[in-house]
Design a protein around this ligand. Structure first.
Ligand code: PEP
Ligand code: MG
Length: 542
């Protein structure tokens, strides 16, 4: 699985940090209980102090986004429920401190790993493992094999890398990473991308199959590792590497405010964000605004549903920061794997997106009220609804919106848009378009439903499936006929090749993770619109 793009050539360094650490097992006497509990307290205290200083240097070196990983490690160590469970094993089961901590951490890891369909949640198991290793070390069981000093031009091959492994990587000498497990949204992948290190994950049995010190070619754009390549392959690889490096360097250097095809067709690029600090990237990469604000991400950890003021502050901050550029605030897309903490006690399955909002009118109305309040001051705000089912949903939503606008004395409603990402919305496309001020296609969910696949297994290229690409074309044509603005905000929009196909299908607005925008911008500027139309229609016929 290509997880962090880039090309690298180097020698394999097999990182054999195994998780099978031998834990000394012995029952303790009642007199030893307090000593073992003290040991836990001390090891946790030392671990927190260590993490604190790692977090500070991470902020200085990589910014707040990356450092949050370590804040989450600290939060785990400060969780009284977690610590109490460990101590209860010491007191009740008479386990020694090392074993008690190991058991509780592994129980937590299995719970995370069981959520097999959610990569984000599985990635948390890695964090727990990282914390476990640290605490075990402070309890006198050092399991840390360092990656801080590596041989020159080395490709680290590991079963998996934990976030702190990645942050400690010897940047001078490591050129790429290959892991047996992990995925695109794991914390290590996020860090590797931020550091510009190519990373390929899910290379089965890599630690056994790849001989230590063998010559490796790593292509992080396609996810290919070549062992002991001959001259021919090396030459081709070098050409691809040079091309990749040059294009990327140029894309950033030649970043333009406007993205136009060679023959002058203007394409608007916007950012998908889910955190306030990501607005900085929208400005840094000269994007035309926020095409998708995933508001649910802002409040997932709330113990209570977010208040009106809390929401108005968050939306107002972003609208102000974006200085007049449009900010599309998507109403909560809770449900599925996005269950907020304030609904943790709820046993029933939470419906996704707009269905959730319509079934929780208090939460929904409060959110619309917060957005509309901000709109009075910042008219660059617009509203978008996720997982729209069809006409009936929109009728209900528009009534609620009008009622709130009337209560607030708003003269005019903000623009109200619908996401096209469910089969039922496709079935009622005509009505959905007529009832919306704009449309945004969510290719991630659309592919999942049209292809009947698990969301986690959907890759960006899934849009090229004839079933999906036809639906996108159909939506573009209908939008044109009805003069409704249409955009794409799924992951595919951030892939420079797929972005070109989308432009060829007639999409003139793309919203993506901001860091991907320079390459999309640069690539589109090299294309002739007519040629893209020709290529896209070939895909449609294929
Ligand atoms: C999508 O489904 O393509 C989309 C952009 O929404 P999300 O990824 O938040 O589900
Ligand atoms: Mg979606």
């Amino acid at each position: 699985k290509p997880t962090s793009p880039g090309f690298a050539q180097g020698k394999a360094y097999i990182y054999e940090k195994s998780f099978g650490v031998r834990i000394p097992y012995h029952h303790i006497t009642s007199e030893e209980i307090s000593k073992e509990c003290d040991n836990i307290d001390r090891a946790i205290e030392d671990s927190i102090a260590e993490l604190d200083s790692i977090e500070k240097s991470a902020i200085a070196e990589h910014g707040t986004a990356q450092s949050q990983i370590f804040a989450s490690h600290i939060a785990l160590l400060m969780d009284p429920r977690f610590i109490e469970k460990v101590k209860s094993m010491i007191r009740k089961d008479r386990l020694n401190a090392v074993l008690a901590f190991d058991k509780e951490a592994k129980a937590l890891m299995s719970a995370f790993n069981e959520v097999a369909e959610d990569e984000h949640i599985r990635a948390k198991a890695q964090d727990v493992k990282d914390v476990l290793h640290r605490v075990l070390r402070h309890l006198g069981h050092d399991v840390k094999q360092t990656l801080e000093e590596l041989p020159r031009d080395c490709v680290v091959v590991a079963h998996e890398l934990l976030p702190s492994d990645t942050l400690n990587l010897d940047r001078e000498n490591v050129v790429a990473v290959v892991t047996e497990v992990g995925g695109a949204t794991s914390h290590s992948a996020i860090l590797a991308r931020a550091m510009g290190i190519p990373l390929i994950s899910q290379v089965k049995d890599a630690c056994n199959e790849i001989p230590a010190k063998s010559d490796l070619l790593v292509d992080g754009t396609t996810g290919t590792v070549t062992v002991g390549a001959g001259q021919d392959i090396r030459e081709k690889f070098t050409l691809k590497k040079n091309h990749f490096d040059n294009v990327n360097a140029m894309a950033r250097k030649e970043l333009r405010e406007h993205c136009k095809t060679k023959n002058g067709v203007e394409i608007t690029l916007k950012g998908n964000i889910g955190r306030a600090y990501e607005a900085d990237d929208v400005l840094k990469y000269k994007l035309g605004g926020v095409g998708l604000l995933r508001t649910e991400h802002l409040f997932l950890k709330n113990d209570e549903p977010p208040s009106l003021n809390q929401q108005a502050d968050a939306y107002g901050y972003l609208a102000g920061k974006l200085k007049g550029r449009p900010v599309t605030v998507r109403t909560f897309d809770f449900g599925g794997h996005k269950k907020p903490r304030f609904l943790e006690g709820e046993q029933q399955i939470i419906p996704r997106g707009l269905r959730f909002s319509l079934e929780h009118p208090n939460i929904f109305k409060k959110q619309l009220r917060a957005i509309f309040t901000v709109y009075e001051k910042y008219p660059n705000i617009e509203v978008m609804f996720p997982m729209v089912g069809g006409r009936d949903d929109l009728l209900e939503v528009r009534d609620i919106a009008k009622q709130i606008a009337c209560e607030l004395g708003l003269e005019k409603l903000p623009r109200l848009g619908a996401m096209i990402e469910t089969p039922s919305a496709l079935n009622e496309l005509n009505e959905v378009m007529e009832m919306s001020d704009f449309i945004s296609i969510g290719t991630n969910d659309l592919c999942q439903f049209v292809l009947n696949k698990d969301r986690g297994s959907i890759d960006e290229e899934a849009i090229l499936n004839p079933g999906v690409i036809e639906k996108i074309k159909m939506a573009v044509e209908m939008a044109k006929e009805k003069s409704v603005p249409i955009s794409v905000c799924g992951e595919a929009a951030g892939n420079q090749f797929l972005a070109c196909i989308l432009v060829g299908l007639g999409i003139c607005e793309l919203s993506m993770s901001p860091v991907r925008a320079p390459l999309v911008n640069y690539t589109i500027r090299q294309q002739n619109f007519k040629e893209l139309m020709r290529i896209s229609s070939e895909y449609l016929r294929a």
